[in-house]
Design a binder for this molecule. Structure first.
Ligand code: AR6
Length: 176
């Protein structure tokens, strides 16, 4: 993997709603009308205007992405994407990769330079973190090599354990 691409990737542990970046990504559901997990945290921190704007979008298919303002969040934008519910079929990986791809494409379109992702599908939707991490990092690296404008991608994990999965994978890529 090219060093310049890997240098744009950062791993953090913590709460995505606290990050001062141009855009944070929300692991939403198809209704885009809020829920638990990171979705609930983002809606709580952004305030009720986020839900009002989400209602005007009219939902989003699995693998798709939609953008709103960040309202009370430190981030200017929220990119809402809908991860697959893990089923063990090859389609899961395809749909999860689409989440990262469509989110990054939307970010580029809106001039986003810094963006943070949670571990999409790795909570309620049950995606194993080791598999999801590879899809997240590989898809992001591929997209970053085609895009000039995005300067930093943060993967922010709630647990130290999940953070280590990402760090180990990046270490592996760095030596390839
Ligand atoms: N900051 C960073 N990561 C977080 C935060 C946070 N504040 N809160 C949770 N996580 P999940 P999914 C991590 O369940 O699996 C919602 O109800 C969490 O530890 O939020 O894509 C939606 O409305 C996990 O690793 O999202 C959908 O119905 C990761 O974020 C459904 O859940 C994703 O967990 C989507 O499920």
């Amino acid at each position: 993997m090219e060093k310049e691409i890997l240098e744009k990737i950062e791993i953090q542990q913590g709460d995505i709603t606290k990050l001062t970046v141009d855009a944070i990504v929300n692991a939403a559901n198809k209704t885009l009308l809020g829920g638990g997990g990171v979705d609930g945290a983002i809606h709580r921190a952004a305030g009720p205007k986020l839900l009002e704007e989400c209602k005007t979008i009219g939902g989003c298919p699995t693998g798709g992405a939609a953008i709103t303002k960040g309202y009370h969040l430190p981030a200017q934008y929220v990119i809402h994407t809908v991860g697959p519910v893990y089923s063990g079929s090859p389609k899961d990986a395809e749909l999860l990769a689409m989440c990262y791809q469509n989110s990054l494409k939307l970010a580029e379109k809106y001039g986003v330079k810094t963006i943070a992702f949670p571990a999409i599908s790795c909570g309620v939707y049950g995606y194993p973190i080791e598999d999801a991490c590879k899809i997240a990092v590989d898809t992001t690296c591929r997209l970053l090599s085609e895009m000039e404008s995005i300067e930093k991608v943060i993967f922010i994990l709630f647990s130290a354990k999940a953070g280590n999965v990402y760090l180990e994978y990046l270490k592996e890529l760095g030596t390839k």
